[in-house]
Design a protein around this ligand. Structure first.
Ligand code: SAM
Ligand code: SF4
Length: 343
C-alpha cells in the first residue's frame, strides 16, 4: 500500500461523528435485475432511472480511485441490482483491479457461466452468489423466475474460473425455505467447500411486506440447524467487525466440515462496528442501508468538481452516519428498496 493512502486514511478517511471509519465500499452498478426476489423487488419491477442518470464506467472508476487513494477505502464490492446486467462489467473490473483494494462482486449468477472466466482474467478476486434454495419450486416462488439451472451453471463456472472462496448468500423466508431447504443448502455448500451465509431478511423490500414478528432471525437459524442435528461451534478467528458471525460445522465424529456465517443485521445489529460506505448507481453516497438521505456526488462531478471537492463531500456525507439503524416499532423504511440501494 502506498504511503499516501496510509497517511490519508489515518487523518482524512471516512470518519463519522461516532468515531467509526468506513473503509469498505459497496458500489451499485445498476438498478436493473432479471430476478424479482420477493424480499427485494416487486413482481412488476421498479421504475428505473434514465441511463444518463447512472454512473458511466469512467465515473465509477474515478470515484473508486479517489476513494482508495484519498479516503482510505480498502475493499470494494460491486453489486446492484444485478451487476452482470452491466455490459461493461468486465471492463469496469479490469479498471478497478489495479487499485490497492480487495475487489469482489455480489451476483445472482444468472449469466455468469459465460462471463466468469473473463471476470477472473480481468482481476476479480472473489465472488458472493445469492442462492436461497436448491428446490426449483421454492426458487421460483422466491425469485418469481425459473432460472435456478442458470444460477447453478454460473456457480460451476465461477468455481472453474477460480473465483474462490465462493460465498453463498441465502435469505430464509418463513414457510418457504426455512426448513429442509436450509439444511439441504448447507449440506450442498459443505460438500463443495462454499461458505454459506444466512442473511436475516431486512425491511428493504419494495412491497413492504417485512414483518418484525415473523422474519427468520439468526437465533431461529441456529435453532433450526441444531434441531436437525447440525453441530455448530463458534469459529475461533476474531470477528473483527465483520457482519457475519461465523460458526464451524462439525460431523458426529468430531471432524470439522466447514464454516458458515449468519448475518443478524436486525436481531443482533453490528452498527457499532460498521465500516461500510455505499455509492448508488446514480452516484449518491449512502452512509447506511437504512439511511433516509443521500448525498449526490455525480452531479458535482459532472459540473466539474475536482477530486478534493468530491472527497470533501463524501467525508461530510459519512460524518452524519447515525450510531445505529434503530429498527424498532417506530422504524420508517427508506424510500429506496434493496435493489435500488445496492445490497
Ligand atoms: N442481484 C445481486 C444478488 O442478488 O446477489 C446483487 C444485489 S442484491 C440486492 C445483494 C444481496 O442482498 C443479495 O445477497 C440478496 O439476497 C440480499 N438482499 C436483497 N434484499 C434483501 C433483504 N430485504 N434483506 C436481506 N438481504 C437482502
Ligand atoms: Fe435481483 Fe438481487 Fe434483488 Fe434478487 S436480491 S431481486 S437478484 S437485486
Amino acid at each position: 500500500m502506498s504511503q499516501s493512502v496510509v497517511s490519508h486514511s489515518a487523518g482524512l478517511g471516512l470518519v463519522d461523528a461516532h468515531g467509526r471509519v468506513a473503509d469498505d465500499l459497496r458500489i451499485s452498478l445498476t438498478e436493473r435485475c432479471n430476478l424479482r426476489c420477493t424480499y427485494c423487488m416487486p413482481a412488476e419491477g421498479l421504475p428505473l432511472a434514465p441511463d444518463d442518470a447512472l454512473m458511466t464506467r469512467e465515473e465509477i472508476v474515478r470515484l473508486a480511485t479517489l476513494a482508495v487513494r484519498d479516503l482510505g477505502v480498502r475493499s470494494i464490492r460491486l453489486t446492484g441490482g444485478e451487476p452482470l446486467l452491466r455490459r461493461d462489467l468486465v471492463e469496469i473490473v479490469a479498471e478497478l483491479a489495479p487499485l490497492d483494494v480487495d475487489l469482489s462482486l455480489t451476483t445472482n449468477a444468472v449469466g455468469l457461466a459465460s462471463r466468469a472466466q473473463a471476470l477472473a482474467d480481468a482481476g476479480l478476486e472473489r465472488i458472493n452468489i445469492s442462492l436461497d434454495t436448491l428446490n426449483p419450486t421454492h426458487a421460483q416462488l422466491l425469485s418469481r423466475r425459473s432460472l435456478l439451472p442458470r444460477v447453478l451453471e454460473g456457480i460451476d463456472a465461477a468455481e472453474a474460473a477460480g473465483l474462490t472462496p465462493i460465498k453463498i448468500n441465502a435469505v430464509l423466508m418463513p414457510g418457504i425455505n426455512d426448513g429442509d431447504d436450509a439444511v439441504e443448502l448447507l449440506e450442498w455448500c459443505l460438500g463443495r467447500d462454499f461458505e454459506l451465509r444466512f442473511i436475516e431478511q431486512m425491511p428493504l423490500d419494495a412491497d413492504r411486506t417485512w414483518d418484525h414478528s415473523t422474519f427468520v432471525t439468526a437465533a431461529k437459524v441456529r435453532e433450526l440447524l441444531e434441531d436437525r442435528g447440525v453441530e455448530l461451534r463458534p469459529h475461533p478467528a476474531p470477528r473483527d467487525g465483520a457482519p457475519a458471525e461465523r460458526f464451524d460445522v462439525f460431523a458426529t465424529d468430531g471432524t470439522r466440515r466447514g464454516t458458515i456465517g449468519i448475518i443478524a443485521s436486525i436481531s443482533e445489529p453490528f452498527c457499532a462496528d460498521c465500516r461500510r460506505t455505499r455509492l448508488t448507481a446514480e452516484g449518491t453516497v449512502r452512509h447506511c442501508l437504512f439511511a433516509r438521505t443521500e448525498t449526490d456526488l455525480l452531479g458535482p462531478l459532472r459540473d466539474g468538481a475536482d477530486d478534493a471537492q468530491i472527497a470533501e463531500l463524501w467525508r461530510a456525507a459519512m460524518w452524519g452516519k447515525p450510531a445505529a439503524h434503530g429498527i424498532d416499532a417506530s422504524f420508517v423504511a427508506p424510500e429506496r428498496s434493496m435493489s435500488q440501494i445496492g445490497g
